[in-house]
Design a protein around this ligand. Structure first.
Ligand SMILES: Cc1cc2nc3c(=O)[nH]c(=O)nc-3n(C[C@H](O)[C@H](O)[C@H](O)COP(=O)(O)O)c2cc1C
Length: 329
């Protein structure tokens, strides 16, 4: 059985797979374009970038493919409005807004006739997003990499969100292969969003050291940390997260100058600095965000191969008829 397409507003995506936006500078034009070329939705992470860099990445991605390119921007960013409006001006195909809820973004996207897809972790916010005009919602369970809005598993939240809204629901968090995709679609999702698997791709803009840390990771190396954004975050145990967990992370302005990048920052450490360091390959002082199943990734693959595997595994599971709804499991 072939994978179904994913419809978001007027967009029709050949594969029901969104590559999750990953800041800072993990999912840039090369990764987004590679995923879009294969029929998925490629997403550039705008958080931590300034407008000119985001514009340049969008233009680069669009020059590489006619496929669907979106941006993911965290509501918590001080430059959220400027970044979203710049992306809309560049005729981006869709906007995904994570880490917080913005009423304004619905208006900006409606005016530009661009679908807006908020990231949610519960029914209340999913319903609110639908009421404000969301074209779809990404529901993220606790298995996801990066900032987390819940401690509930994706399998337990997903059926409730599917029940709560009529718009397409995209399942995110711990989706690693085509078997998982079959399971999520059987549970009512219209598509999946995958981060960790694509961060460890050839086209991801993470440094080789970052990708190798993923490949070397064991399941027990995954920890929850406190982000200055005011949310927990899922990351790998590294010298930096060890310091953080011991309450000894360097405060802002120690390693680099504070640029006030967040609307509200707890200032326990500089998250942008730590994320940039990880992306550049500093495994000592860098913060390596990852999903709960990073320990199952054993190789860095080109996007074309990752997608080929997803399709093969999906078809294998569906043809065997073993995909069962995960309601209540
Ligand atoms: C390194 C990394 C960075 C991320 N950065 C962002 C981000 O900037 N904005 C966002 O909404 N989600 C972010 N996420 C979450 C992903 O977009 C995606 O929803 C999540 O990783 C899905 O779970 P998975 O990693 O188990 O596939 C990040 C995840 C990772 C692993």
């Amino acid at each position: 059985m072939n994978m179904p397409s994913l419809e978001i507003g007027a967009l029709s995506c050949a594969l029901p797979v969104i590559q999750g936006g990953m800041a800072v500078r993990i999912s840039m034009a090369p990764l987004a374009a590679a995923v879009a070329k294969e029929g998925g939705v490629g997403v550039i992470a705008g958080s931590g970038l300034h407008v000119p860099e985001l514009v340049s990445e969008i233009r680069k991605a669009k020059s590489l493919t006619d496929g669907i390119i979106g941006v993911n921007i965290m509501v918590a960013c001080r430059e959220f409005k400027q970044l979203v409006q710049a992306a809309l001006q560049e005729r981006i195909d869709l906007v995904i807004a994570g880490a917080g809820f913005s009423r304004d973004v619905f208006k900006w996207c409606a005016e530009a006739k661009v679908p807006i897809v908020p990231v949610v972790s519960g029914e209340r916010v999913a319903r609110l997003a639908e009421k404000f005009g969301a074209a779809a919602v990404v529901v993220e369970g606790t298995e996801a990499g990066g900032h987390l809005g819940t401690d509930e598993s994706l399998k337990s939240i997903l059926p409730r969100i599917v029940e709560a809204v009529k718009i397409p629901v995209i399942a995110a968090g711990g989706v690693l292969n085509g078997f998982d995709i079959a399971e999520m679609l059987s549970a009512g999702a219209s598509g999946v969003q995958m981060g960790t698997r694509f961060a460890a791709s050839v086209e991801s803009s993470a440094a080789d050291e970052f990708k190798q840390t993923y490949v070397n990771a064991k399941p027990e190396d995954v920890v929850l940390i406190e982000s200055p954004v005011g949310m927990p975050g899922r990351a790998l145990l590294t010298p930096f997260t060890r310091k953080l967990l011991a309450g000894k992370a360097p405060p802002p302005n120690t390693l680099s100058r504070c640029v006030a990048c967040l609307n509200h920052c707890k200032k326990n450490y500089c998250i942008i600095d730590a994320l940039v360091r990880a992306q550049e390959g500093d495994m000592e002082d860098g913060l390596v965000f990852c999903g709960a199943r990073v320990g199952e990734i054993s190789e860095i693959l080109p996007v074309s191969e990752i997608i080929k595997n997803l399709v093969r595994e999906y078809e294998e599971k569906m043809n065997l008829g073993v995909a069962q709804p995960c309601v209540g499991s």
